[in-house]
Design a protein. Sequence first.
Length: 97
Amino acid sequence: MTSANVDSLRDSASDTLDKLQRAAAPAIKKGKRQVGLLLDEGGDLLDRAGTCASETATDLGNSTIEYTKKNPLAALLLAAGAGALLISAVRSIQSRR
């Protein structure tokens, strides 16, 4: 291949690349815009989920306190049972080691 042929091939490849970039530019721009919108929506969803989880935890805590005030003996027995289960689980895990 001669130097002129190489230069011609290089120019042709460069022109083709420029055409491809110009043709793809609108699609790339649209894709970037859509990604930005998706990221914004995802952020909003995470914010709402965090708020919802916080409200749910608060509601659960309030319900637990209310139940404990209304049924102190039952709450004490439930707590003792849960504690016994936790101790049993810890001992079981430690004995496997």
